[in-house]
Design a protein around this ligand. Structure first.
Ligand SMILES: C[S@@+](CC[C@H](N)C(=O)[O-])C[C@H]1O[C@@H](n2cnc3c(N)ncnc32)[C@H](O)[C@@H]1O
Length: 288
């Protein structure tokens, strides 16, 4: 949905744009191409490791981008460090990067047997996934699988986790998959592996993703200049609901105008080319 993202941001030469989840820099390159020599891009990512490769990718643009290993909820501090307070556009792309899934070695994918960590940044003082599955009470695990994974068998899954950890601690993605597989069933009509929801739920819990998004949304209008755009790509209904509720509240308060009353969705061709985009929803708001 790159065209919709760029159109949503309304990239103009000479202005300051923020990519709050810059990852490997796919959107960033497209933004830099549009804002010309005088424009500036500030990129944040909670995963510090990826920023080295991103810096190399963006090297031809050296004078015009700044990268920060920080979560997007701390954009205010980042802008202040640059002597700025507002941007012409802010982008959040809340999905997982291929680096995290395929190369981080931190257990984001059940398709690889890796340590059960799942932190975007192991330097943050957050317990890794293994600590949650081995120590949380069964009811709390069930809540996580139900609320963050919308897993219909959340209670049975939590019970299996607790039974398995009594035998020996769960240390890897393989341990978790083996423990929970007996009760997981594919959803009718869905091609998703049934463990996807369990892994998503744990990742959200480990990184406190909804708290992080809420903290960002509480402050975001102040970080936009009048006429500035906020573009958010989310991939599950909990995130999209938060974004939708905040955009609506801002519109009612006369702070922003919603440019998408209904979220934009990827085309069938985009989903074929990139199956991870199948759940993407894009919302755009403009500061008044
Ligand atoms: C889908 S990827 C971004 C891909 C990027 N838009 C591109 O085009 O290459 C999402 C990125 O967001 C980062 N991330 C997740 N939560 C974050 C947060 N709260 N603050 C900053 N970055 C975050 C992840 O580490 C990951 O690199």
């Amino acid at each position: 949905m790159v065209a919709e993202v760029l159109g949503g941001l309304n990239c103009r030469p000479g202005r300051l744009y923020v990519d709050g989840t810059i990852g490997e820099g796919g959107h960033a390159v497209a933004i830099l191409d549009r804002i010309a020599q005088e424009g500036e891009l500030v990129g944040l990512d909670r995963n510090p490791v990826v920023l080295e490769a991103t810096a190399r990718r963006l090297a031809p643009y050296t004078s015009r981008f700044f990268l920060f290993p920080a979560p997007f909820s701390r954009l205010g501090e980042v802008l202040a460090a640059l002597g700025r307070s507002q941007a012409a556009g802010i982008l959040l792309d809340l999905g997982l990067s291929s680096y995290l899934l395929e190369r981080s070695g931190r257990g984001f994918s059940f398709r690889r047997d890796e340590p059960l960590d799942m932190r975007y940044n192991p330097g943050e003082p957050l317990p890794p996934a293994a600590e949650l599955v081995n120590t949380l009470p069964e009811a709390e695990l069930a809540r996580i699988f139900w609320e963050y994974g919308e897993e219909p068998r959340a209670r049975q899954v939590a019970r299996l986790v607790v039974e398995a950890r009594r035998r020996r601690p769960l240390r890897t993605t393989g341990d978790l998959l083996e423990a929970v597989s007996p009760v997981l069933r594919p959803r009718p009509g869905s091609r998703l592996h049934p463990a996807t929801r369990i892994f998503q739920a744990l990742r959200i819990a480990v990184n406190r993703e909804l708290e992080e998004l809420e903290a960002f949304l509480r402050q975001a209008p102040a970080w936009l200049e009048p006429g500035g755009r906020l573009v958010i790509l989310s991939y599950h209904s909990l995130e999209d609901r938060l974004v939708k509720q905040h955009f609506l509240a801002w519109e009612r308060q006369g702070l922003c105008r919603r440019l998408t009353k209904k979220p934009l969705r990827p085309t069938a061709a985009e989903v074929r080319a990139n199956p991870r985009a199948r759940t993407a929803r894009l919302r755009i708001a403009e500061k008044i």
